[in-house]
Design a protein around this ligand. Structure first.
Ligand code: PEP
Ligand code: MN
Length: 339
């Protein structure tokens, strides 16, 4: 349920409603807008009538039910777009189309440094790089783990680029959170509900990737697990889903972007690299992402893709990445975005 306060509601009235929501065993989530305060009451739907009765409290304008199964992630709860703010002034979900780029995995200091410098020169705002890798084969490179996180921290210092890196399990969450600016939850963990709950207890922005067999509604339900913990800085990411098509690694569900934008206020990125699996298609899919209303990209770039320990075939060389950034800059005005 959403409790909409009157535009002129007093602070004591807002506080009284929040207390009452808590007394009824519901969790209050307050949004203080420019015009008015909105309080989301999340809890057992069977006691809805008690929350509905709050419309007679002083300062309350209306009490409206949220009909979607996801509540805090829905546009019904929050009509304006969520913008995730970072200490360095970066915003995800605003007018700027934000590009997060870097290697699939952190492999060495030289590889990370070279790639980071190249993506920064091209205009990327965030450096990506996996230290814990979710590999299909247990015999494949699994990531440098803590050493990889230390390298990311070192290169962040050198380049001033915030970093995004994946956490695979609860055991490593504190460690990853100490090093990263954005916690990435990968496609394989999007429905790892205990992990989502723990991430919801942190106050770090989260990049939540859609799973290859996960519907838009299930993705928003996954986001809901993080939001209910009080972590409101969730960035979604479409990274391709499994279909019958084998010409590409996955199928980029480009329609998911306007669908998510309609149903949710959360920012959404596109990962063109895992979507198609071939560097040759990354340029076109990235432009499509901009055109269709995504808030940015998560794209794989490697200084020497031929030597990559993971996903070299879908990684752009620096020069190709620079060409992509130039094209995005040219297209951005038509999409009413800045790059
Ligand atoms: C990644 O971005 O490093 C990754 C493993 O992607 P996904 O979880 O989408 O497969
Ligand atoms: Mn990868």
């Amino acid at each position: 349920m959403v409790i909409v306060m009157k535009a002129k509601a007093k602070e004591e009235e807002v506080e009284a409603v929040i207390r009452r929501v808590q007394e009824l065993g519901y969790q209050p989530h307050t949004i203080r807008g420019v015009e008015r305060v909105i309080i989301g009451a999340v809890g057992d739907e069977r006691h809805r009538a008690r929350i509905q009765a709050l419309d007679s409290m002083p300062g309350v304008d209306s009490v409206v039910p949220i009909l979607k199964p996801y509540k805090l992630a829905s546009r019904e709860f929050k009509a304006e777009d969520t913008v995730v703010h970072f200490n360095n002034g970066l915003e995800v979900g605003g007018r700027r189309f934000v590009v997060m780029a870097g290697p699939c995995s952190v492999e060495s200091m030289d590889q990370l440094r070279e790639t980071a410098r190249a993506v920064k020169e091209g205009g990327a705002s965030v450096l990506r790089g996996g230290a814990f890798k979710p590999r299909t084969s247990p015999y494949s490179f699994q990531g440098l783990e803590k050493q990889g996180l230390e390298m990311l921290a070192e290169v962040r210092k050198e380049t001033d680029l915030p970093v995004v890196t994946e956490v695979l399990n609860i055991r490593d969450l504190n460690l990853v959170a100490q090093y990263t600016d954005i916690i990435q939850i990968g496609a394989r963990n999007v429905q790892n509900f205990p992990l989502l709950r723990e991430v919801g207890e942190t106050r770090k922005p989260v990049l939540l990737k859609r799973g290859m067999m996960v519907t838009v509604e299930e993705l928003l339900m996954a986001a809901e697990y993080i939001l209910t913990g009080g972590n409101h800085d969730v960035i979604l990411c479409e990274r391709g889903i499994r279909t019958f098509e084998t010409a590409t690694r996955n199928t980029l569900d480009i329609s998911a972007i306007p669908v998510i934008k309609e149903k949710s206020h959360l920012p959404v990125l596109v990962d063109p690299s895992h979507s198609c699996g071939y560097w040759q298609y990354v340029h076109a899919l990235s432009l499509a992402a901009l055109a269709v209303g995504a808030d940015g990209l998560l794209v794989e770039v490697h200084s020497r893709p031929q030597d990559a320990l993971c996903d070299g075939g879908q990684s752009l060389k620096p020069q190709k990445f620079h060409r992509l950034m130039d094209a995005l800059r040219r297209f951005a005005p038509a999409a009413e975005r800045d790059v």
